[in-house]
Design a protein around this ligand. Structure first.
Ligand code: PLP
Length: 357
C-alpha cells in the first residue's frame, strides 16, 4: 500500500493530446535526440517478419557479441527488458524482508521501488553536494545489508563518482554486499577518471554493472539492457528472470546498434556540443545548474518546478519537474538537438521574463 508507482516522463503524444498543442519537443526522459542508428532500424525491419516466434530467451547472439566486445565470458552477462528489469531482478534475487539495502536519496527512483516491492529494509543516505557520499554509504552498511545501488553518473544530478573514490569504496565493502553500478549513461563519458565498472567485474569484485541501449544507442522504446557480473550472481539472477524477458526486436536492434559505433560517436559529439550550448545559455540567463557529465542537466530557476514545467509546456517544451526527487525548484532537462536546445532556452527566457513582468 505504501508503494507509489514510478511516474515516467509522459509520452509526447499524451502531452500533446492533453494540452491540445502539436509539435512539442521532449527533453524529459534523457533519450538520444538523434534517434536510433539506421543499422538498428534495418535489423528490426528484418526481424519483424519473425515476430510470431518467441525470442531466444537466453539472448545468445547478443550476449556473444557483448562478450567479445567486453572481453568477459557469456556466463558473466544477462539481458534485461531495459536495465529497469535488472534493477528489479537483483532485488528479487537477493533480498528478503530480513535483509537490508542502502540507497542514496535523490537518485533513480526505480531502486527504491524495486526494494519496496520485496519488502526489504531500506537505509537512505543523503547526497553530498549533489554527489553520492560513498563514505556515508560505507558507514550505513550492516550485517543485514545485501545490496547497494549506485548510479554513476547519477540521475537526476548528472554527477559522477571518480575512479579513485570507487576503488577505495569497493576495497572496503564487505563481501556479503553486492554493489550495483548502474552505468546507464556510460557512453556519454570519456574521461580518464571515470571508473569503468567492467574493470571491477574483470577483477572478480562483487559488483553488478548495468548498461542500457536506451540512451546513447537510441533504443528506449525497444526495452533492452544488460548486466555484467560474476557468473555465480548471473546464475542467481537467471533463477528469477522471466522467460523471454528480452524481446526479439530489442535483441536484433541492439546487435545492429553495436555494429554502428559511428552513430555512438556522433551522438557523443552532439551531446558535448549541446551541453556547452545549454550551459552557456543558462549562464546568460543566470539560471543555476549542476555541472553534468551525462546527457541531461539539473537546473534551478528558483521557481516552483511544477509551475515552470507547466509554463514551458505552454511553449511546447516538455521537461521533467523534480519535486518527487525532493528538488522542489529544479527541472531536469535532456540535451536535445541544436534546434531543440535553442527552442528550450528561448522558452525558458520567455517564462522568466513574463514572471518578472
Ligand atoms: C540511472 C538510470 N538507470 C536506469 C535507467 C533505465 O533505463 P532502461 O531504459 O534501460 O530501463 C535510467 C533511465 O532513465 C536511468 O536514468
Amino acid at each position: 500500500m505504501k508503494i507509489q508507482p514510478y511516474r515516467p516522463g509522459k509520452p509526447i503524444e499524451e502531452v500533446e493530446r492533453e494540452i491540445g498543442v502539436r509539435n512539442c519537443i521532449k527533453l524529459a526522459s534523457n533519450e538520444n535526440p538523434l534517434g536510433p542508428s539506421p543499422k538498428a532500424v534495418e535489423a528490426v525491419q528484418r526481424k519483424v517478419l519473425d515476430v510470431h516466434r518467441y525470442p531466444d530467451g537466453t539472448g545468445f547472439y547478443l550476449r556473444q557479441k557483448l562478450s567479445e566486445i567486453h572481453g568477459i565470458s557469456m556466463e558473466s552477462i544477462i539481458l534485461g527488458s531495459g536495465t529497469t528489469e535488472l534493477i528489479e531482478m537483483v532485488a528479487r534475487a537477493l533480498l528478503t524482508p530480513r535483509d537490508g539495502c542502502v540507497l542514496s536519496e535523490q537518485s533513480f527512483l526505480m531502486y527504491e521501488l524495486a526494494v519496496q516491492a520485496v519488502g526489504a529494509r531500506i537505509v537512505r543516505v543523503p547526497l553530498r553536494q549533489y554527489r553520492f557520499d560513498l563514505e556515508a554509504i560505507l558507514r550505513a552498511l550492516t550485517e543485514e545489508t545485501r545490496l547497494v545501488y549506485i548510479a554513476n553518473p547519477n540521475n537526476p544530478t548528472g554527477t559522477m563518482v571518480s575512479r579513485q573514490e570507487m576503488d577505495r569504496f569497493l576495497d572496503r565493502v564487505p563481501s556479503h554486499v553486492v554493489v550495483v553500478l548502474d552505468e546507464a549513461y556510460h557512453d556519454y563519458i570519456r574521461r580518464d577518471d571515470y571508473p569503468d565498472g567492467l574493470g571491477y567485474v574483470r577483477q572478480g569484485k562483487n559488483v553488478l554493472v548495468l548498461r542500457t541501449f536506451s540512451k546513447v544507442y537510441g533504443l528506449a522504446g525497444l526495452r533492452i539492457g544488460y548486466g555484467m557480473s560474476q557468473p555465480a550472481l548471473i546464475q542467481l539472477l537467471n533463477k528469477v528472470r522471466s522467460p523471454f524477458n528480452a524481446n526479439a526486436l530489442g535483441q536484433a536492434a541492439a546487435l545492429g546498434a553495436l555494429g554502428d559505433l559511428e552513430h555512438v560517436a556522433r551522438s557523443y559529439d552532439r551531446n558535448q556540443e549541446g551541453m556547452r550550448f545549454l550551459t552557456r545559455g543558462l549562464d546568460q540567463l543566470r539560471v543555476s545548474y549542476v555541472p553534468s557529465v551525462a546527457n541531461f542537466l539539473l537546473i534551478d530557476a528558483g521557481l516552483d518546478s511544477q509551475w515552470t514545467f507547466r509554463e514551458l509546456l505552454k511553449r511546447r517544451v516538455l521537461v521533467r519537474p523534480m519535486k518527487e526527487y525532493h528538488f522542489p525548484t529544479a527541472l531536469r532537462v535532456t540535451v536535445g538537438t541544436g534546434e531543440e536546445n535553442q527552442v528550450f532556452l528561448e522558452a525558458l527566457e520567455d517564462v522568466l521574463r513574463n514572471r518578472a513582468a
